[in-house]
Structures are given as C-alpha cells and as structure tokens.
Design a protein around this ligand. Structure first.
Ligand code: GAR
Length: 346
C-alpha cells in the first residue's frame, strides 16, 4: 500500500477527486491532507470522506518545515501531492522527499507559470492573451516555482467566447482525468526499497527450491487401517479415534483403533460401489444353487426309497440331502461374507 499526502489551500476539488479515485483499490491511499488555511474548503470535503486533515499555519511551513517532514515520515508517506497548495514548499521538505513531491498547474507549462501565476490568475492571462489552447501540467516540485521536470501534460483547446470561468471549469475536468494517472506514474517511478522486490520481480522470480523435510514417519495404526480398508483418513481431524472393541480389554487399553469417522457432520467414508453388492448377492445365490438342488434331489429320493421299502437307501439319501444342505449353507455364508473384501483387494 502506497500512501500519499495531499497539500491543499483551497476548495479541494482535486483532493476529493484523488481520494475518491484511489478509495476503491488497495494499492494507493490518501493518508492525510495538510492545509495552510484554517478554514479551507478541503477540510470539510475530507471530513466527509473520513480522511485525516491537519491545519499547519504558514509560520510552521516557513520556520519549522522539519516538523512537517517528521509528520510526513511518521505517516509513512511515499508521495507528496500538491493540489491547489498556495504556499512555498521549503527545500527542507523537498530534500527529505527527493523526487517525491509533485504539483498540478492549470496551464501548459512553461507557459503561464511562475510566481503569482495560480488558479484564476492563469486563466485570466490565457484568455486575455487570446490563446487558442491551454492545458494542465503535472510536474515535480523544485525550489523554483513551476519549473521542475514535467511528468504529464494534457491540452485543453479554447473555444470562441471562452471566459476565464468557462475555461477554468474545463481545465478542472482535465485535471480530474490527469492527476490520478500522474500520481500512479510518479509512484511507479519510485525505486523499491532494497528489501522489497517490485511486483515484476516477484512475478519473474524462479520458484523457491523446496527444502527437503524430515524423513517420513512410520505409518500410524489408523493410517494402515485406512489403507487396508481403502477409506479416506485425515490424521489432523482425529482427536480421539473411535475404538474397535476387543473382548476382555477395556477401551482405554485396547491398541487397535480404526480410522477416524466423524461423530457428526458430513460422512467422509468411501461408499461401497452398488455393483459390489449386486455381484455379492448373485455369487452367493449361484454358490447356494447347485448344492441346494442336490439337497432337494436327495430329499425326494428319501421318500421314494422309503415307499419302495429300501430303508437303507432312504437313510443314505437322507444323509446325502443333509450334507448338501450344509454345503449349500456354508458356501452361501462364505461367499456372502468374503466376496466383497476379496473383490476390493483385487
Ligand atoms: C487547480 O486548478 C490547480 O491546478 C491550481 O489550483 C486549483 C485548485 O483547485 N493550482 C495552481 O494554480 C498551482 N500553481 P481545487 O482546490 O478545486 O483542487
């Protein structure tokens, strides 16, 4: 964030325009407005915008300019912006802020500049001279009035019948366009502090090499569980992982813990794909089917042999039927309980 201080003596329309212009962004801010006139209009304008103002009498500007430097430095000012400031700026201030004090002048400097040439005096002189154009100049402030390096200029043509007032009003509009852009240009010219790279340098800088971290820690029981069961596990959210009960061991002593499952809130566990369930049912049915058929066949044989008087044959068929019922049951239980984990491992 670059901070600017505005110096103004009059109505302060430029100061207000600058403050509004930069109020939206977060790169430049009007930090304070200093005035040498106790009742300058700029004070009221800044009060409405909640911008600090300081009235500093001419005596201080002339006799104790170092106090103004202290104030500006205390506020961390990057750029001092004169906007209708009608007082001499001491070399003490200019030396403390080299290349950091700019001013706006309502003519095409060097024309109509110098001592006594300010505000309406300029426009009166321009109209009286029958000029066809005037303009606005933003320049660096030096010890000599209106003679520092020109930063930006814009032309304003005169139109027939122009009075100093009509010209002034168009000049003001041109100032509102030009000054914020000139402020940005002046700030961009400032060298970055040695310890602060510019935005361009930050953008072009090679990526910072990643310092190797400490060797990986062995996996926790929770992580291994999570890996085995293929569920998501976030160690940071596991304050106290839930406990898998181990018979005979009270919860606090049991070392086997499961991955964290949040007690409330969204359930982060991976859901079993519906296809697994379907296949599990189908495989279970198929495995039960053949031994089941065999069991039915043998049980029908029991009654037919019994009717034929083949008691021994009926007993054998009955034993066979029992065996196939057991086989069907065992296969059914095994396939139902093992199919899902085995297929997930695959
Ligand atoms: C502006 O037009 C500015 O160019 C002029 O004073 C006016 C202040 O108006 N400055 C000079 O003449 C400096 N030599 P504002 O108070 O409404 O901003």
């Amino acid at each position: 964030m670059k901070k600017i201080a505005i110096l103004a003596s009059g109505s302060g329309t430029n100061a207000e325009n600058i403050a509004r212009f930069f109020a939206e962004g977060n790169r430049i801010r009007v930090e304070v407005v200093l005035t040498n006139r106790e009742h300058a209009g700029v004070i009221e304008r800044m009060n409405r915008m909640n911008i600090d103002t300081e009235y500093i009498p001419n005596r201080v500007w002339d006799e104790n300019p170092e106090r103004i430097v202290e104030l500006l430095e205390f506020r961390g000012i990057d750029l001092v912006v004169l906007a209708g400031f009608m007082h001499y700026v001491s070399p003490v201030i200019l030396n403390a802020f080299p290349g950091r004090v700019i001013n706006i002048h309502p003519s095409l400097l060097p024309a109509y500049g110098g001592k006594g040439m300010w505000g309406h005096h300029v426009h009166e002189a321009v109209v009286a001279a029958g000029e066809t154009e005037s303009g606005v100049t933003v320049h660096y402030v030096t010890e000599e009035f209106d003679s520092g390096e020109i930063l930006m200029q814009t032309r304003v043509p005169l139109i027939p019948g122009d009075t100093p007032e009509t010209l002034e009003s168009r000049i003001h509009k041109a100032e509102y366009e030009l000054y914020p852009r000139a402020i940005v240009a002046a700030l961009n010219r400032l060298p970055s502090p040695p310890d602060l790279p510019s935005q361009e340098e930050i953008a072009e800088a090679p990526p910072v090499p990643v310092t190797p971290g400490p060797p990986a820690l062995p996996k926790s029981v929770e992580e291994e569980w999570a890996e085995t069961l293929k569920v998501k596990y976030d160690p940071s959210s596991s304050a106290v992982p839930p406990h898998i009960p181990v018979p005979g061991i009270p919860p606090a002593q049991s070392e086997t813990v499961a991955p964290t499952v949040p007690v409330s809130g969204p359930d982060n566990r991976e859901q079993m794909p519906p296809a697994y369930l379907l296949w599990s049912i189908l495989v279970t049915l198929c495995c039960c089917f053949l031994p089941g058929i065999a069991a039915i066949v043998f049980s029908t044989m029991v009654s037919s042999r019994y009717h034929n008087g083949d008691i021994e044959g009926a007993r054998r068929a009955s034993r066979q039927a029992e065996i196939w019922i057991i086989v069907s049951f065992v296969l059914g239980v095994l396939t139902a309980s093992l199919y899902v984990p085995l297929s997930m491992v695959g």
